[in-house]
Design a protein around this ligand. Structure first.
Ligand code: ARG
Length: 460
């Protein structure tokens, strides 16, 4: 009998080059555990509807367990002629229990089988990633305590703009990661719809019970159109997109910290365990890990392109092109997982160079906007206030002094609405006391958010 599952109608042997060309075992062997889970549930469903006896089902389930352990120990030899993980497991089953094993594929095809495997696999991956993202959020929130009194310059266009509490920066990343987590959760809703039983494309004439399969595998619902679900890879495309956005978020963070580690900024020192040296310049401490997080985002973005291009021209239903879908997902997941796994340690162990930061914190007129808002509070129209402060800044620039160095008389000369209380609006320390709108970078508003984040992460 042919080793192939489909030898019956063929009178020629497959060209070995075709076997190498069409195989996927070299990359889908990692689906082994989910394939076994899916097959065991399928067997139980078949037994429930009477397509297998209880004893046949028991043999299949138990033997699949043994095969799974064998694969986990690395004992199964992958054979190109067996194409993919599904055929390897099924033929190992048949080799052990013969005709009973030959009944497992009743009422299903590899098309719905691989779609089911992928969904089980993606579900586990996205769930694991969510846990890692919580870790990273926690690392940022924990920094808020250590850096509670630190004020950082905020930038727009990479030009000094207004001061914010350091914690405001940390929580900004928590917000981004929270949206990532929400996207993962939303993605999971569509991952969690069962394909199994769609069979090749049209369903089955056998009395299979797909709702029972869904129940056994923890799917929330059963896909209602076999033609659609047997080839649907939307869930992969959106999962990879979500991964790419996580990667883009990490890339932006990495870029910021790379800048902060430069002599020019001098804001941050990375822990030695997460930097690397140079083979020629003995003094170097390079932020390679952060640079690679930035660099690896390119791959994940490319994976989005890959999956979309793969599915864009496919007629219904399964086409073999889809075999390549896994490459994009595995690459995106592995890449992002590795980044999110490393990031919390870097966040926890990097040190803000508070002395360096403070030494230059009053540079760049970070209090100009608050001074303008002080004028507004005294009844000066905003545009007039903007112009008044602009002129004061220009005056200070030419005299190489700060706004806070101006005397009350000089300030009143620029605008007679200014009183002695103007002092409370000048200088970075005062500015962060005055910034008070909800979600602002001021001391009180940020402290409220730190508390909110602590509660949120504790409640997880
Ligand atoms: N290895 C294939 C894949 O990953 C399994 C499905 C094959 N189906 C088929 N009709 N040839 O997509």
């Amino acid at each position: 009998m042919s080793a192939k599952a489909w030898g019956g109608a063929f009178d020629q042997k497959t060209d070995p080059r075709v076997e190498f060309f069409t195989e996927s075992i070299s990359f889908d062997s990692r689906l082994a555990a989910v394939d076994i889970r899916g097959s065991q549930a399928h067997a139980r469903m078949l037994a429930k509807v009477g397509l297998l006896t209880a004893d046949e089902c028991r043999q299949i389930v138990e033997t699949l367990d043994v095969i799974g352990q064998e694969i986990a120990r690395g004992e199964m030899v992958w054979k190109t002629e067996l194409e993919d993980i599904h055929m390897h497991i099924e033929s190992a089953l048949i080799a052990r229990i013969g005709d009973v094993g030959r009944k497992l594929h009743t009422g299903r095809s590899r098309n719905d089988q691989v779609a089911t495997d992928l969904k089980l696999y993606v579900r586990d991956c996205l769930t694991e990633l969510d846990t890692l993202l919580i870790e990273l959020q926690q690392a940022f929130v924990d920094r808020c305590e250590a850096d509670a009194d630190v004020v950082l310059p905020g930038y727009t266009h990479l030009q000094r703009a207004q001061p914010v509490m350091a914690s405001h920066y940390w929580l900004a990343y928590c917000e981004k990661l929270q949206r990532d987590r929400e996207r993962l959760a939303d993605c999971l809703k569509r991952v969690n719809i069962l394909p199994l039983g769609a069979a090749a494309l049209a369903g089955s004439s056998l009395p299979i019970d797909r709702h029972e399969s869904a129940r056994l595998l923890g799917f929330a619902d059963v896909a209602a159109n076999s033609l659609d679900v047997s080839s649907d890879r939307d869930f992969l495309a959106e999962s990879i997109f979500v991964l790419s956005l996580i990667s883009v978020h990490l890339s932006g963070w990495a870029e910021e910290w790379i800048l902060w580690c430069t002599t020019e900024f001098g804001f941050l020192k990375l822990p030695d365990a997460y930097t690397t040296g140079s083979s020629i310049m003995p003094q170097k401490r390079n932020p390679d890990v952060l640079e690679l997080m930035r660099g690896k985002s390119a791959r994940v973005i490319a994976d989005v392109q890959q999956i979309l291009t793969l599915i864009k021209g496919l007629p219904l239903a399964y086409n073999r092109d889809l075999q390549e879908d896994k490459l994009a997902f595995f690459d995106a997941f592995d890449t992002v997982r590795a980044c999110v796994d490393l990031a919390p340690s870097i966040v926890r162990h990097a040190k803000l160079q508070v002395e360096t930061i403070n030494a230059r914190l009053e540079e760049g007129f970070l209090d100009a906007t608050t001074l303008m808002e002080y004028l507004i509070s005294k009844g000066v129209p905003m545009r007039t206030g903007h112009e008044v402060v602009g002129k004061l800044v220009r005056d200070c620039e030419s005299r190489r002094i700060k706004l806070a160095d101006l005397t009350l008389a000089e300030l009143q000369q620029a605008c007679d609405k200014i009183g002695a209380d103007v002092n409370n609006s000048l200088g970075v320390k005062n500015v962060v006391e005055r910034l008070s709108s909800f979600g602002s970078g001021g001391r009180k508003a940020v402290a409220e958010q730190v508390t909110a984040w602590r509660d949120r992460l504790q409640a997880k």
